[in-house]
Design a protein around this ligand. Structure first.
Ligand code: GLU
Ligand code: ZN
Length: 283
């Protein structure tokens, strides 16, 4: 079957080797299966996405020899869809407004009754639920009441097709309650969040296999839960290895030292990049 895959960078800096790896994996999977390869700009953080990095990224992809199908989808054009999904979840009684600062959360978590160590989930310390039950309000962040959400969903599972333990992955909803907690679905400055946007856009674009780094595997549980709540299909997930630097450190988003543009300037070819990443060269 033709796989629909996507490369979804946040255009807040230059693409580096890790991005090249993610893009090539997604591209080659789509091409090998006769499917479609899509590009999406995850520019919901408007302030940080103003540097023209979207165009630089497309230029790098073109240089790598990757072609994508259809127009590039910008998340900033999708705000009405995000709002509609939030309204739907609110009507289901699953959302609440949260005005806590990071400091408030830290203070609540260090209160004696909360136990010695705060649990760190995919988005940071698990929220202690201070604002649970409050109405969604202007100027407040919007959180998902995870206990209620989990009570409304069943069959939380997805198919993993990546190299690490491929197969059906069942999600332990009870473990999510303690390990993930009431995540933010709309940040007060954005009106959405990474989790909400990614889930809605993967469905909107008809993505059949989500390829991304294994650092995002924890977020996948949240995404499957949101898909159930919003009656969206669950794609297959292919979590791939992360590209590390010579010291074995994961390449951070802001690690410009490995910017593709630097390799380009030094005369590397796209085949050199594929070889450096341990990927098959084409032709
Ligand atoms: N925009 C995310 C990033 O730059 C990737 C999101 C995803 O693949 O789900 O890391
Ligand atoms: Zn709060």
């Amino acid at each position: 079957m033709g796989e629909v895959t996507r490369f979804a960078p946040s255009p807040t800096g230059p693409l580096h080797l890790g991005h090249a790896y993610a893009a090539i994996v997604a591209h080659d999977m789509a091409r090998a299966s006769g499917g479609r390869f899509l590009v999406r700009m995850e520019d919901i953080d408007r302030a940080r996405s103003r540097g023209g990095w979207d165009l630089a990224a497309l230029d790098d992809l073109g240089w790598l020899g990757l072609t994508w199908d259809g127009p590039v989808l910008y998340q900033s054009s999708r705000l009405p869809a995000y709002r509609a999904a939030l309204e739907r979840l609110e009507a289901m009684g699953l959302l609440y407004g949260c005005t806590c600062t990071r400091g408030d959360i830290r203070a609540a978590l260090s209160a004696p009754q909360e136990g010695a160590f705060p649990v760190i989930g995919p988005d940071g310390p698990v929220y202690p639920g201070t604002c649970r039950g409050r109405p969604v309000a202007e100027g407040a962040a919007i959180r998902l009441d995870l206990t209620r959400a989990v009570n409304r969903t069943r069959d939380l599972e997805y198919r993993e097709t990546g190299p690490t333990c491929p197969g059906l992955r069942r999600i332990d909803a009870q473990a999510m309650l303690s390990g993930v907690g009431d995540i933010v679905l709309a940040r007060r400055d954005m009106g959405t969040s990474y989790h909400l946007s990614v889930v809605l856009d993967d469905a909107f674009q008809g993505v059949t296999t989500v390829t991304r780094g294994e650092d995002l595997a924890e977020a996948t549980e949240i995404h499957v839960l949101l898909q159930r709540l919003l009656d969206l299909p669950t794609p297959a997930y292919h979590h791939h290895r992360l590209i590390r630097d010579d010291q074995g450190k994961r390449l951070a988003k802001r690690d410009d030292a490995r910017a593709l543009s630097l390799y380009r300037a030094e005369g590397a070819t796209p085949e050199d990049i594929r070889r450096m990443l341990g990927l098959q060269t084409i032709g």
